[in-house]
Design a protein around this ligand. Structure first.
Ligand code: HPA
Length: 237
């Protein structure tokens, strides 16, 4: 049965779903990286597809931007479509001086100014973390592809345009690698539903140094990130 936000039939999604923020990017991924692709949902134009990567059935669907949007789709995929693993494939803004644009970051943990995980724990803090096996498969896939991934804590921000004074400096001084807007939400939903998640991110811009990537560079690092995520999807047990 369809859910409020997903029009797919039961069985339409693979056990593993890759989630970029942009639904049109989900279509690009399906068209370029998967075989035997079938469109499975288009509610609100949040496109989703299922196909095959080698022998592994893989789905890809947009998450939208921000924790609320990601949380709706992840919850419905996990609880209504038997999805076991979600791999977010997105971009982030570099925070740490050790991070460069085009780097690939695997979000081992996700700090946040969102209250969603505190809501789940009735006010207590929750360490939003990736599934360890999935994290390990992702890091192994990156190394096998000749990519040296950065693995650590990211910050899932509620506000892209954040007025807080010294916001980035504070994150930097606490070892945060990068800022994005979904990982802490995804990890919270995975924990609540007993499922698994990891986030793989390319650094599209550096919010402290002000550097950014060209369209060509963005395309290359996107390709690297997709190789990593798809190999992780194929190899994760
Ligand atoms: N902030 C939040 N999310 C992002 C950014 C950023 O600077 N860059 C890419 N995703």
């Amino acid at each position: 049965m369809a859910t409020p936000h997903i029009s797919a039939e039961p069985g339409d999604f693979a056990e593993t779903v890759l989630m970029p923020g942009d639904p049109l990017r989900a279509k690009v991924i399906a068209d370029n990286y998967l075989e035997d692709v079938k469109a499975v949902t288009d509610t609100r134009n949040m496109l989703g597809f299922t196909g095959r990567y080698g022998d592994t059935p893989v789905s890809v669907m947009g998450s939208g931007m921000g924790i609320p949007s990601m949380s709706i789709y992840a919850f419905e995929l996990y609880t209504q479509y038997n999805v076991e693993k979600i791999i977010r494939v997105g971009t982030c803004g570099g925070i740490s001086p050790t991070v460069k644009v085009r780097d690939i970051i695997v979000a081992m943990g996700a700090s946040t100014d969102s209250s969603v995980n505190r809501t789940r724990l009735a006010g207590d803090d929750f360490a939003a973390i990736a599934d360890y096996d999935l994290l390990e498969s992702t890091v192994a896939a990156a190394r096998a592809a000749g990519v040296a991934p950065r693995v650590g804590n990211v910050f899932s921000s509620e506000l892209f345009y954040n007025p807080r004074a010294n916001f980035f400096e504070t994150l930097k001084s606490h070892g945060i690698l990068a800022v994005e807007m979904e990982a802490a939400g995804l990890y919270g939903v995975a924990a609540e539903t007993g499922k698994r998640a990891v986030s793989v991110l390319t650094v599209s811009d550096h919010v402290v140094t002000g550097t950014s990537t060209s369209a060509d560079e963005r395309q290359n690092s996107f390709h690297e990130m997709m190789q990593v995520a798809l190999e992780a999807a194929a190899n994760a047990h």
